[in-house]
Design a protein around this ligand. Structure first.
Ligand SMILES: [Zn+2]
Length: 415
């Protein structure tokens, strides 16, 4: 199973928008750009909503079938580890092995010296095509990299073997993710991480490093765009070299866990993948759910009432909703509108506050972030929520499709 050059990961918390999401990729295909859909849903989302991984597979199959999508599509077990991978093995064919928790933990001296001995030929100057800087690899540096990452990659090897034991090697896509950690990996670290991945015989087709800056859920990038651009281009250059040096799949590409809506870095990403003729996987968060709320608010009447009711409950349960996402949201409480104020809003006011249009005066990123993590409230509404989505299907679907196509696919892959 070989992942195509461009792929786009999208989440759909309530599994109702698979077709609307896929329509965005069909529009991209009409523009002549093939982008392959990947439906991702993490264990955390499944637990919060009370869904099973099989529901994502069903949604993807149905959407592809109903819209006559003749190309590949994948179902991503997002950020899984040894303790929950079993739940996903049957229904997924794309696995994001999250080993960030093992970074910095010791693998023991024997394995470490085995690693440094194996790569001692790289001591000295390391030139990487596409990077002007020449790196100096020293023995202490190699030891530090081994000490920091070896155990994590061995853990990825264990998860990979567990999946391969059931599905067979080569019958699924593997991603190794180390984005949920504190420090970006340097080019030299990335190079040897990829060596370790090859040594573990993990045929990784995507790797998700940590980049500089904040990737908060559903809002724009916060950080140094020039620094991000340098890191992103360096990672592309390192991957290109590592694929030549180590036993890795030739289509290995970067995966960027965007948390959605990183509009200010999309132009740099677009430029870099062209410059390096590189593939890319962009994983977004479950912001499709916000398009559902936007659609309900835009519909007015009971749709708008439900959207307002969800916000009121979100304010009441704010702390509980935010805890699981503490490291990926930054909400300024002082900027959250009072429930009474929101209850007086028109459809347009609600939509303006929530929709991610930075040029719109009413846009409120704090309101948006709180609602992003408030999907548990909608989950508790159960069939009332799902029925409301059905009632206003057209306006909801239109928002879902336009959001993915206009705000993400076009600036990253098409323009
Ligand atoms: Zn991630």
């Amino acid at each position: 199973m070989i992942l195509e050059k461009y792929s786009f990961g999208m989440g759909d918390r309530f599994a109702q928008q698979g077709r609307a999401q896929l329509r965005a990729l069909i529009k991209a295909a009409d523009d002549g750009v093939e982008i392959i859909p990947v439906w991702n849903k993490s264990h955390r989302e499944h637990t919060t909503i009370g869904t099973e991984p099989a529901s994502v597979r069903q949604e993807a199959d149905n959407a592809a079938d109903e819209l006559g999508w003749g190309k590949s599509y994948y179902v991503d077990a997002d950020h899984i580890g040894l303790d929950n991978v079993d739940l996903f093995i049957e229904s997924s064919d794309f696995f994001t092995l999250d080993v960030a928790d093992f970074i910095g933990k010791s693998c023991g001296w024997d394995l470490l010296s085995e690693f440094t001995n194996k790569y001692e030929d790289y001591l000295g100057e390391l030139k990487i095509d596409g990077i002007d800087e020449i790196f100096e690899v020293t023995q202490p540096m190699l030891e530090a990299i081994g000490a920091k990452f070896l155990l994590a990659i061995m853990e990825a090897g264990k998860i990979y073997s567990r999946i391969a034991g059931v599905k067979g090697r080569g019958n699924f896509i593997t991603e190794v993710s180390m984005d949920e950690t504190d420090m970006p990996q340097s080019p030299v670290e990335m190079f040897f991480i990829l060596a370790m991945i090859a040594d573990e015989r993990i045929p990784a087709q995507t790797i998700a490093p940590k980049f500089t800056g904040r990737f908060n859920k559903g809002v724009d990038y916060v950080g140094d765009i020039d620094k991000f651009t340098t890191e992103f281009e360096q990672d592309l250059a390192v991957i290109s070299l590592a694929v030549k040096k180590f036993d890795l799949p030739s289509n290995l590409k970067l995966s960027i866990h965007s948390g959605s809506d990183k509009f200010s870095i999309y132009p740099a990403i677009n430029k870099a993948i062209r410059k390096f003729n590189a593939g890319l996987h962009v994983k977004t968060a479950g912001t499709t759910w916000l398009e559902e709320i936007i659609g309900l608010a835009a519909a007015g009447g009971d749709g708008l009432e439900m959207a307002k009711g969800i916000y009121a409950k979100a304010i009441a349960k704010k702390d509980e909703l935010c805890v699981p996402y503490a490291s990926v949201i930054d909400i300024d409480d002082d900027n959250l509108p009072a429930v009474d104020e929101v209850n007086g809003w028109s459809s347009q006011q609600f939509v303006n506050a929530l929709r991610h249009e930075q040029s719109c005066a009413g846009y409120n990123p704090d309101f948006r972030q709180l609602l992003h993590v408030a999907y548990k409230i909608a989950a508790k509404l159960g069939s009332d929520y799902i029925d409301m989505l059905g009632k206003y299907e057209d306006v909801v679907a239109q928002n879902v499709t336009e959001n993915i196509y206009d705000r993400h696919l076009k600036p990253i892959f098409i323009d």
